[in-house]
Unconditional design. Structure first.
Length: 91
């Protein structure tokens, strides 16, 4: 988890890595899926994630965008966060 910082306008920003694990169906067969994606949260979501324990299970919503004008790597911009109980996590 990154360090909570603030923009010049005083808005909290947190950059982090999101690890996804699930079982999906592809061509009628089960497939284990894992991926790590860069993420960024601003405002209240940044504060909320900054206080979360490393490895917390969450469901997030937001949008994908390029990291910057010079990098086409995707970053998920999180604007919805739901903390999940470990028993409710689908794997």
């Amino acid at each position: 988890m990154g360090v909570l910082r603030h923009t010049p306008a005083g808005i909290p920003v947190l950059q982090f890595r999101l690890n996804h694990r699930s079982r999906q169906t592809e061509a009628g067969l089960p497939r284990d899926v894992t991926v790590e994606v860069a993420g960024v949260a601003l405002g209240p979501q940044a504060r909320l994630l900054a206080g979360a324990a490393l490895g917390s299970s969450v469901r997030v919503g937001g949008f994908l965008a390029e990291r910057s004008a010079r990098s086409t790597q995707p970053v998920i911009h999180v604007n919805e966060i739901e903390f999940l109980e470990q028993d409710n996590v689908q794997r």
